[in-house]
Design a protein around this ligand. Structure first.
Ligand SMILES: C[S@@+](CC[C@H](N)C(=O)[O-])C[C@H]1O[C@@H](n2cnc3c(N)ncnc32)[C@H](O)[C@@H]1O
Length: 295
């Protein structure tokens, strides 16, 4: 039986910690502050490129790399896509190196670096967040990401996943360069799109129609996965294919013999969107108003 990606990643992490401990043990001449207390292992450039492709980075993006090492992710995003970026690292020497690297690549106007603890870093401005951190950081970062990042922001991680929050996409690369530091030539890349909080009951109104017929949709949510039940005049209404991608929700409802395909943007306690109909009424504007919060 082949070992799972999670097992291989964990194995690679254990190896990485062992290598770092050995390095620390055999360098007694160095004062303590000279030794980074956390492992610095750079992401191979080919993996950096794929991480940014997976996040579909453009010049409109703000990329934040938590634990930015020598700055390569933020610098590559600035060079290849003209994206703005911020890298934070707890190790001041790596921050100084990143700043020199950004200057050498002439992207210092778009790529900034700061000596900071990632857990104390405000990430709310990021449209793309990149991570190559120790696996035990991931659950803590997951809570931070879901609280601080806006819906639709993309998160890309190298090698370690976020447990119950399954990725929207996963890519496996074969990278021989990883064997020495990681003990495997596999790189696992994960993409998540931060979902809006949609759980709860919503009243749906069409702008143009004052039919007085109350339609409600109750969404249940588990990260980006949603389910829905609908009612009209307190009677069950068939609802199909509810999906949530970032702040965009789609679903379809049959009202009589007409099928309505809804699409809308969730913004706090409101949804605004349009619906197309199988009877060719054209685009109908609709609004959703949250009337009860989900559990
Ligand atoms: C595995 S390296 C990744 C470097 C870079 N992101 C890359 O992919 O090439 C992890 C980095 O996280 C930094 N780090 C560890 N704990 C941190 C913390 N609490 N806050 C900020 N940086 C941290 C380390 O100094 C190290 O440079």
């Amino acid at each position: 039986m082949n070992p799972s990606p999670g097992f291989l990643a964990w194995h690679a992490y254990r190896k990485l910690v062992l290598v770092c401990s050995l390095l620390a043990a055999f360098a007694p001449a160095l004062p303590a502050q000279e030794l980074s207390h956390l492992p610095y292992v750079p992401t191979p450039q080919v993996v950096v490129d794929e991480m940014l492709n997976l996040a579909t980075v453009t010049a409109d993006d703000v990329v934040i790399d938590l634990g930015s090492g020598d700055g390569r992710i933020v610098i590559t995003a600035a060079k290849r896509f003209r994206a703005k970026g911020l890298g934070v690292d707890i190790d001041g020497k790596l921050v100084a190196l990143s700043t020199r690297n950004a200057n050498a690549e002439k992207v210092e106007d778009r790529a900034e670096f700061a000596e900071r603890d990632m857990f104390k870093t405000d990430i709310s401005g990021a449209s793309v967040l990149t991570l190559y951190v120790m696996p035990d950081f991931m659950p803590k970062l997951r809570a931070k990401i879901l609280t601080e990042l806006r819906p639709g922001a993309r998160v890309v991680a190298h090698d370690y996943d976020m447990g119950e929050w399954h990725p929207d996409r996963m890519v496996t690369l074969t990278v021989p360069e990883k064997i020495e530091a990681n003990g495997t030539d596999k790189a696992y890349l994960y993409l998540w799109i931060v979902p809006a909080a949609i759980g709860g009951t919503w009243r749906i109104d069409f702008d143009a129609e004052k039919s007085g017929e109350e339609i409600t949709v109750a969404f249940s949510q588990y990260f980006q996965k949603i389910d829905a039940v609908a009612e009209r005049m307190r009677r069950p209404l068939p609802i199909q294919n509810p999906t949530l991608t970032g702040a965009t929700v789609t679903f379809s409802i049959a009202l009589g013999t007409t099928q309505y395909q809804f699409s809308g943007r969730v913004d706090g306690a409101k949804i605004e969107g349009t619906a197309t109909t199988s009877s060719g009424k054209g685009l109908l504007k609709w609004r959703g108003t949250r009337v009860a919060k989900g559990s």
